[in-house]
Design a binder for this molecule. Structure first.
Ligand code: HEC
Length: 186
């Protein structure tokens, strides 16, 4: 009985590793070019996993809006097996406006127009040393709805580092907001 359990755990881990390898190939051929230029994944909401939501309700706050975070299903699988994001994992944080109105449930807020997308791409091979958008094991990019093909970030150091320091110990990711990464069915 115990041996079966170990064998199936091993199989699951190997499976997750195989998926993780094709994940890196996919990411570094579709979302990152050979110079390290990052593109915003198209239509990720349809096929990627939703990791979790944040809402910053204060209109004056820098992050006012709904923040929904997505990654590839293979990245979720690998994270659940190893506790780490695999090479090629792409995290997309989409910020949407806050709409409000009376519904039959009560006064409700919901996510309206999208405004910006923050993107992180896991890089376990230090592929783009010297490129300011690549640091600390990730590629970092920012896209605006008015021009979603242009990375408007000035680089990790200038645009991202300051705010992400509190998440340094969890590989720069604010993982407490992502129930999908936990190994629990509900
Ligand atoms: C104003 C502070 C701030 C800045 C600037 C900022 N971040 Fe974040 N980021 C956060 C916080 C806080 C969270 C999680 C909570 C939230 O969204 O409110 C987060 C979450 C994320 C997430 C979702 C995964 C995670 O780490 O939890 C991504 C992807 C992300 N940021 C990428 C970036 C990139 C890329 C840059 C630079 C271009 C950047 N961020 C700049 C504060 C910031």
């Amino acid at each position: 009985m115990r041996r079966m359990t170990l064998a199936s755990t091993l199989l699951l881990t190997l499976n997750a590793q195989a998926n993780a390898m094709s994940l890196a190939e996919d990411t570094y051929s579709h979302y990152v070019d050979d110079k390290g230029k990052i593109s915003l994944p198209v239509d990720f909401r349809k096929t990627w996993s939703h990791l979790g939501s944040w809402v910053v309700g204060d209109k004056q706050a820098p992050g006012f809006g709904f923040h929904d975070v997505y990654t590839q299903p293979e990245a979720v699988e690998a994270y659940r097996a190893t506790g780490e994001f695999p090479d090629g994992a792409v995290l997309v944080k989409e910020i949407r406006s806050v709409e409000q109105g009376a519904q039959t449930t009560g006064l409700a807020q919901w996510a309206g127009q999208n405004s910006v997308w923050f993107v992180m791409v896991k890089d376990r091979q230090q592929r783009f040393q010297g490129n300011t958008h690549w640091a600390e094991g990730w590629g970092w990019a920012l896209f605006e709805a008015k021009a979603p093909k242009t990375n408007v970030s000035k680089g990790f150091q200038t645009t991202c580092l300051g705010c992400h320091v509190p998440a340094k110990a969890s590989d720069w990711v604010f993982s407490r907001g992502y129930p999908t990464l936990l190994n629990v069915p509900q």
